[in-house]
Write a protein that binds this ligand. Structure first.
Ligand code: HEM
Length: 271
């Protein structure tokens, strides 16, 4: 009886000790990456590593080529998403409660002001990072030829980045937010100027229709706030994550990052 108990405990101990290597081999599927063949097999057969090409050009590893700006942008988005989810615990998307719930987050909730600042600075930092990332892509000519598709995806990502920030700005429902909303609503209504010039607004008021859909009524109110909240917490982030997935998949399918034409592989690379 005690022998079987001891052997059971030993078995448990052996299992626990081998956990690390058995988990690693079940994750890698093809053992440790000790040859070119096993390195390729690991990348190709693993869902998470598959985003990475089996071979990477040495130029891609030069930090001064990309400055890691795309990854910085992604990381800022992840920080903003996690802090945003935590902020949702206290934020109330209602005209009556929105402003006071934001004030409570800043002045009453433990760590709330820090969380709000993390959310604010990461999302605004994302705008700066994405602009620098675009500039890098532009200066290295990486938008050209078959990368045009990814450039267009990038432009949509840039617009979404701005829109997710703008929608967040409105959620505080203070004076700044309210008047920003009025300006956006007027921009949404701008086709009215053309229909006014053509004198057809009475029959075909597309600007007014757009504004009404956007506000959920004729003036900013409860329906507007709920719409902006939905855009801010679900639709824009979802679109961002899906398009970032396509953006990365496309880099992979384009054969990795661009390599400058005058790149000399034999030249000593300064990191
Ligand atoms: C949420 C926004 C974005 C994220 C998270 C993102 C992420 C990335 C990452 C990680 C890379 C790999 C290289 C690097 O880090 O620079 C990359 C490459 C690229 N990005 Fe973005 N990006 C975003 C927005 C944009 C925008 C706004 C554009 C242009 C309008 C753009 C165009 C490109 C192109 C063309 C490449 C390939 C560059 C090459 O082959 O050298 N991206 N992106």
């Amino acid at each position: 009886m005690s022998a079987s108990k001891r052997s059971g405990l030993n078995e448990l101990k052996d299992n626990l000790l081998s956990l690390k290597s058995s988990f690693l081999s079940s994750f890698l599927l093809h053992g440790k990456p000790i040859s070119d063949r096993s390195r390729v097999a690991i990348i190709v057969n693993n869902f998470f590593l598959h985003i990475q090409g089996a071979r990477t050009h040495i130029n891609t590893l030069r930090p001064t080529y990309t400055f890691g700006l795309g990854l910085i942008t992604l990381n800022l988005l992840l920080i903003a998403s996690v802090s945003g989810i935590l902020l949702m615990i206290y934020y109330h998307p209602s005209v009556e409660m929105a402003y006071s719930s934001v004030k409570d987050i800043s002045y009453v909730v433990f760590g709330g002001r820090l969380l709000r600042n993390i959310h604010k600075w990461s999302s605004e930092g994302m705008i700066i990072a994405v602009i620098f990332h675009m500039a890098r892509v532009l200066f290295t000519g990486s938008y050209a030829k078959d990368r045009g598709f990814n450039w267009v995806i990038g432009v949509v990502l840039f617009c979404l980045t701005l829109m997710v920030n703008l929608s967040g700005y409105i959620l505080t429902w203070d004076q700044l937010a309210y008047w920003a909303l009025v300006i956006v609503a007027n921009i949404v209504q701008s086709p009215k100027e053309i229909t006014d010039i053509l004198g057809i607004t009475a029959y075909f008021d597309i600007g007014g229709f757009q504004k009404e859909i956007f506000l959920g009524g004729l003036n900013p109110g409860e329906e507007t706030l709920i719409r902006i909240y939905l855009l801010h917490i679900i639709l824009f982030p979802l679109a961002l994550f899906i398009l970032i997935g396509i953006h990365f998949w496309r880099i992979r399918k384009d054969g990795g990052l661009t390599v400058p034409e005058n790149f000399e592989p034999t030249k000593k690379i300064s990191f």
